[in-house]
Write a protein that binds this ligand. Structure first.
Ligand code: PLP
Length: 389
């Protein structure tokens, strides 16, 4: 059967109101054209080098590896400009928006990391910027609200629903449908209607391309396993993409187990969800028996979203990647260990990936090479960590 454009097997698609069909079509076309244009690819590569700071290093975690009996390597997206992988995508989309002659960017944000990365790209390319953020998140992530404003963005409070990321995303889509003639919507993860999951995945694939080359240079062979945390799924798909064709490399995504699956307070879509539609895409989703979207919980705001990117749903269906979860407590413990043993304060999101490796160490063969995507730095998490110090 021929693959349907915009679908990953059964998953993905474009389930949107009519007002969004035309803007999404135009975006799909413009993106395909830009990707075929060597001048776009040159400009993007130069900006990733000079503005974002790529390639990010691969760090051998020497002391932790000795404790675990593994060879643990960290892909250091925490060292990318603004402190996480999000900037790889916002720079790409902002350059595309400029080509499409848009003058304004809008974005949704939860923890504020994607909002900050969008505001930084907008400032660099002379675009105006509006970021939608739930009022609950604005309260929890006040320092990032100030950072966005300092970078010239307008932050619009969203007080609908649970006043978090899901509601900010709905508002951004609604505003975009009325303003798309001069506005580009910078979606922050490998989620949403076609072409976003494909486009965001492409912009993040630089992580996997670099990491594969770096591991081969350091070890002379491929890793046994590649591990990444999964919110919407963009940092995970970014690093997985470099190894998809290497059938021997195990790919593991780690979702937020919150206070445990039994508690109902989590964001583990593959452990507690089933397929449905949210924000324009058909994918695994936390929902009640009537199909109403369920509330989620995670200590890390970046993993606290009820749906997962559709490509992950397909990778799981194909058996190419596996998905597990780590709890709040396991993530905080892993964060502390990385601080003490390696001198690196990871984002709470990234600490979920690390927590899985710590838990599984006995099941891994001694000396195995394990590659963890350190998606961001943890400075933003200081307020959230306070109760654990
Ligand atoms: C936003 C964020 C995530 C989760 O988003 P993905 O699209 O799943 O990558 C993970 N880590 C950090 C540091 C983030 O800022």
């Amino acid at each position: 059967m021929k693959a349907r454009p915009g679908y990953f097997g059964l998953f993905g698609g474009r389930f949107v109101p009519e007002t969004l069909v035309e803007p999404l079509r135009a975006l799909t076309k413009a993106y395909a054209k830009a990707r075929r244009d060597p001048s776009f690819n040159r400009e993007l590569a130069a900006e990733l080098r000079d503005f974002v700071g790529r390639p990010t290093p691969l760090t051998f975690a020497r002391r932790l590896s000795a404790q675990l009996g593994l060879k643990l390597y960290l892909k250091r997206e925490d060292l990318a400009h603004t402190g996480a992988h999000k900037i790889n995508n916002t720079v790409g989309q902002a350059l595309l928006a400029k080509r499409m002659k848009k003058t304004r960017l809008i974005a949704e944000t939860g923890a504020g990391q994607h909002g900050v990365a969008t505001a930084a790209a907008a400032a660099r390319y002379g675009l105006s910027c509006t970021v939608f953020m739930g009022t609950e998140d604005m309260r929890r992530q006040a320092p990032n609200v100030d950072r966005m404003r300092l970078l010239g963005a307008e932050v619009v409070p969203v007080s609908a629903g649970t006043r978090t990321l899901k509601d900010a995303t709905s508002e951004a889509l609604r505003v975009w449908s009325a303003t798309s003639s001069d506005t580009h919507y910078v979606l922050g993860s490998a989620l949403g209607p076609h072409p976003y999951p494909t486009m965001v995945g492409d912009f993040q694939s630089v992580i996997g391309t670099e990491a594969r080359r770096q591991v081969l240079a350091a070890c002379g062979r491929l890793p046994w396993e590649v591990v990444a945390c999964v919110g919407g799924g963009s940092n995970a798909i970014g690093i997985f993409s470099g190894f998809l064709k290497d059938k021997g490399v195990r790919l593991t995504g780690v979702e937020a187990g919150g206070r445990g699956i039994g508690s109902g307070l989590h964001a583990a879509r593959f452990s507690g969800g089933r397929p449905g539609v949210l924000h324009g895409t058909y994918t695994y989703l936390l929902q009640d028996k009537h199909g109403q979207v369920r509330n989620t919980h995670s200590v890390s705001a970046g993993l606290d979203y009820p749906a997962v990117g559709p490509e992950h749903a397909q990778l799981r269906a194909l058996g190419r990647a596996r998905y597990v979860f780590a709890t709040d407590a396991e993530a905080v413990a892993a964060l502390k260990i990385l601080c003490r043993l390696e001198g690196i304060l990871p984002a709470l999101e990234s600490a979920h990936a690390l927590a899985y490796v710590l838990r599984e160490r006995r099941r891994l063969r001694k000396g195995s090479i394990v590659l963890v995507n350190l998606s961001g730095r943890g400075d933003k998490d200081m307020p959230a960590l306070e109760p654990y110090l």
